[in-house]
Design a binder for this molecule. Structure first.
Ligand SMILES: Nc1ncnc2c1ncn2[C@@H]1O[C@H](COP(=O)(O)OP(=O)(O)O)[C@@H](O)[C@H]1O
Ligand SMILES: [Mg+2]
Length: 255
């Protein structure tokens, strides 16, 4: 299978700090690919580059062969890349359904306000948004909570709601930044099944996560960062056996 996403020699400096130092990697279509490494290794910065929040100091990001390095975030979303953030970003006082509808806006003519507006001239589009949102909510088992305010959901449900919002933009590639952070084992188990479901829908998944059981059981390939550098990449079992990785990160967590 061909590479859906390619990072070519990406470097990002913030003043004197080199947050990402010459990283190249590939995410193949249909795969679940993980990016792991200690806190501060540069993982979220890589996601911020892929989604157009940061422009790298040097290097290129290719998506389906197209150079997207300098595109604005909305243009990148428009091409089929969606994400969740490390810290939950929801509209706490909007309902679950309204939060997910916001994710639809990039596919519609009405824009973000139209997505929330029930009585302008965008009724046909509104119906399509609702249908799409319900479908996305179904993937993460939140359909039954559509009228709940986001703030009343459990922590695990809020994280799933973010995934539903990302799915509502109909991504080809979904980036998940520490989706299992703060979840209890039961919630992690549920989330793992949902990521498998998303992958089964044909969506390519690029994942940052610290929970090694989660990473190793879901991923086709794992890339390891340390101090902004890629120190290893391979299948989960290859990476788990890599002595550099064990020294830098895995320690005794994974045997
Ligand atoms: N906007 C920014 N300005 C300055 N430094 C930043 C910025 N974003 C990230 N960094 C720094 O870059 C490094 C990598 O951060 P990050 O990508 O968030 O790490 P990770 O997600 O692997 O924990 C850290 O030292 C962090 O403080
Ligand atoms: Mg991070």
């Amino acid at each position: 299978m061909s590479a859906l996403l390619e990072l070519k020699d990406i470097t990002i400096r913030f003043g004197g700090l080199v947050a990402v130092d010459g990283i190249s990697l590939e995410v193949k279509e249909g795969n679940v690919v993980a990016l792991i490494g200690p806190n501060g290794a540069g993982k979220s910065t890589v996601f911020n580059v892929v989604t157009g929040i940061y422009t790298p100091t040097s290097g290129k990001v290719l998506f389906r062969g197209e150079d997207i390095t300098k595109l604005k975030p909305y243009a990148i979303t428009d091409r089929g890349i969606a994400r969740t953030f490390q810290n939950i970003r929801l509209f706490k006082n909007l309902s679950v359904l309204e939060n997910v509808k916001i994710g639809c806006h990039c596919r519609g003519r009405a824009g973000i306000f139209g997505a929330l507006c029930r009585y302008s001239g965008v009724r046909g589009e509104e119906k399509a948004f609702v249908d799409k949102s319900l479908e996305a909510m179904g993937v993460v088992d939140l359909t039954g909570k559509k009228e709940e305010l986001a703030k009343n959901l459990s922590y695990g449900e809020q994280r799933r709601l973010e995934i539903a919002r990302a799915l509502a933009s109909e991504p080809v590639l979904l980036l998940l930044d520490e989706p299992a952070a703060g979840m209890n084992p039961q919630e992690k188990q549920t989330l793992m099944q949902m990521v498998q479901r998303i992958s089964g829908m044909g969506i390519t998944v690029f994942l940052v996560e610290h929970d090694m059981k989660f990473v190793m059981s879901l991923s086709d390939r794992v890339n390891v960062l340390d101090y902004g550098r890629k120190i290893a990449s391979g299948t989960p079992s290859e990476v788990q056996r890599d002595t550099t990785v064990i020294a830098a990160y895995l320690g005794k967590e994974v045997v």
